[in-house]
Design a protein around this ligand. Sequence first.
Ligand code: HEC
Length: 116
Amino acid sequence: MAIQKIRSWLVLTFLGTTFSILSSCASETEKSEAEIPVSPKEEAKQLYTLHCASCHGMDGKLGGSGSKDLSKSTLSETAMIEIITHGKNNMPAMKDIINDSSKIKNLADFIKTLRK
Ligand code: HEC
């Protein structure tokens, strides 16, 4: 009888330990997932939503502030990067807001995907 009690105590302790190890593992995973950086493509979309969609619209066609329809733009990547960086007429320069040339390049790649 006593042995059986000890056995079931051991089993319960074992299960309890396993469970707490598993759940601490799970929270470790959650933590590291949040730390995984978003892909450049995802990041470009987020930047576009934040800084560009107000004038250009999510599909590039909005035409706010007299902007061009980005889905019909024929500019080269270099020319787009130039306009995004330094602005043009009513288009504000983004170089102080997005001061990372690779992010601006990724943005140019993103707006190219709006072309049909
Ligand atoms: C305040 C409104 C506004 C915001 C915000 C804005 N733009 Fe513009 N954009 C314009 C206007 C206006 C033009 C037209 C400039 C011109 O040619 O006179 C333009 C032109 C462009 C062009 C050139 C299109 C072509 O074919 O000539 C690109 C590319 C562009 N914008 C990308 C972006 C990106 C990327 C962002 C965000 C980082 C952005 N714009 C944010 C107003 C805006």
